[in-house]
Design a binder for this molecule. Structure first.
Ligand SMILES: *Cc1c(COP(=O)(O)O)cnc(C)c1O
Length: 337
C-alpha cells in the first residue's frame, strides 16, 4: 500500500522536481539536551536543504513549481513579509527553473535590502510593496497585471500552504521515518514552528500513512493563527485535502492537531527575550543557528515545555529546524542587545 503511494509520489500528479539536497541530516544535540536533564533532543536540519540558504519551503516548492511547469506557466507569484523565507526560496526556485518571479511583500521599500530580501533580489525577483498586506491580499493585482501583459503567472499562496505544497511534508515524513529506521533510532515527538500550516498538515498525513506513532506538536508563531481562532481546524482541513491529493481519503479531526500558542510574544516577527535566549543557547552549545522569527520561537516553546516537565526522560524529541537563518542579519541589532 505504501509502495503504491510512493509511486504516485514520483510518477503521478504529485510529481516532484528536485530543488533541495534531500534527505537533510538528523543529528543529536547532546550538549543542548544535557541542559534540561530530560529527554534526548534530536534535530532535523531542513535549514540545510541548500536552495539559496535552504529551509522548509524548498520541500513545498518541489511540488508547487512542478505544477507550475506542468501548467505551462512562466512566472511564479507569491506573497509574504519583507523578510519572508518562503518568498526567498520561491525566488531561488524560479531562477533555478528559468521562470520569472514576482513577490507581493508587506511593508514599503526599506532603506537597505538585507537578509531574505537581499537574496530574493539577487535571484532576480521583482518586488511589489503592499503595505499592511503581507499574506497575499495584494497578489491578485500582480496576477492581473502579469496576465494583461500576456504572461501565464502561477500563484503560490502564503507560505506555500495548499494541498500541493503540503505534499512536500508528506514526503518529508517518509524521509524521516526511513532515516530513523536505518539508524535504529526513534522519536516520540516532533516539534515544529507552525505558521501557515502546510508543514504541520503534511507531516500529519505522512505519519498517518506510515502508521507512525510520533506526536506532532506545532508551536504557534503568528497571532493571526491561534487555537482560539480555529487554526487547528484549518490544519486538519488542509491535511484532509492533502491526503485526497495523494489519492487517499484519510480524514483528520481537529483533536488530532496538537498546537501550543502560548509563545507568541509581541506578535509575528517581533523578537523577544525567549527567542534571543534560544538562539544564543543553541549556538553556544551546539554551533547551530536558529532564526529570529520561527525556529527561535519554536525552540523557546520547547524549552518552556521541557522546564514544565511535559516530557518524560524516556521520550525522544525531534526538533524540526525549518530554516530561516538569513533573517539573523537584519535582526543583528536586536540579537546583541
Ligand atoms: C514558513 C516557515 C515556517 C512555518 O511553516 P508553515 O508550513 O508555514 O507552517 C517555519 N519556519 C520557517 C523558518 C519558515 O520559513
Amino acid at each position: 500500500m505504501h509502495a503504491d503511494r510512493d509511486e504516485q509520489l514520483t510518477g503521478g500528479p504529485g510529481e516532484r522536481l528536485s530543488l533541495g539536497f534531500l534527505p537533510t541530516p538528523v543529528q543529536a544535540l547532546p550538549r543542548f539536551s544535557r541542559l534540561f536533564s530530560g529527554p534526548e533532543i534530536l534535530v532535523k536540519r531542513d535549514d540545510l536543504t541548500g536552495l539559496a540558504f535552504g529551509g522548509n519551503k524548498t520541500r513545498k516548492l518541489e511540488y508547487l513549481v512542478q505544477d507550475a511547469l506542468r501548467s505551462g506557466c512562466d512566472v511564479l507569484v507569491t506573497a509574504g513579509a519583507a523578510q519572508s523565507n518562503h518568498c526567498r526560496q520561491t525566488a531561488a526556485a524560479a531562477a533555478a527553473c528559468g521562470l520569472a518571479c514576482h513577490l507581493a511583500l508587506g511593508g514599503g521599500e526599506p532603506e537597505e535590502r538585507n537578509g531574505n530580501l537581499l537574496i530574493s533580489t539577487l535571484c532576480g525577483a521583482e518586488v511589489h510593496w503592499c503595505g499592511d498586506d503581507r499574506k497575499g491580499e495584494g497578489a491578485g493585482r500582480v496576477m492581473e497585471t502579469l496576465q494583461a501583459a500576456g504572461h501565464r503567472p502561477y500563484f503560490i499562496p502564503y507560505g506555500g500552504s495548499n494541498a500541493i505544497g503540503a505534499l512536500g511534508f508528506v514526503a518529508a515524513a517518509h524521509e524521516l521515518h526511513a532515516q530513523l529506521r536505518e539508524a535504529d533510532e526513534h522519536c516520540t515527538h516532533i516539534v515544529i514552528a507552525s505558521s501557515s500550516g502546510g508543514t504541520h498538515a503534511g507531516l500529519l498525513v505522512g505519519m498517518r500513512e506510515l502508521g507512525a506513532p510520533m506526536q506532532i506538536v506545532g508551536i504557534g508563531i503568528d497571532k493571526d493563527n491561534t487555537v482560539s481562532s480555529g487554526f487547528p481546524g484549518r490544519i486538519a482541513a488542509l491535511a484532509c485535502e492533502t491526503s485526497a491529493q495523494r489519492g487517499a481519503e484519510i480524514t483528520f479531526s481537529v483533536d488530532e492537531v496538537l498546537m501550543d500558542d502560548r509563545f507568541l510574544g509581541q506578535g509575528y516577527g517581533i523578537m523577544g527575550e525567549p527567542e534571543r535566549k534560544a538562539i544564543r543557547t543553541l549556538a553556544e552549545t551546539e554551533g547551530i543557528l536558529l532564526d529570529p522569527v520561527y525556529t527561535a520561537r519554536a525552540m523557546a516553546g520547547l524549552v518552556a515545555m521541557l522546564e514544565e516537565g511535559v516530557f518524560s526522560a524516556e521520550d525522544r524529541i525531534l526538533f524540526w529546524h525549518t530554516g530561516g537563518t538569513p533573517a539573523l542579519f537584519p535582526y543583528a541589532g536586536d540579537l546583541l542587545h
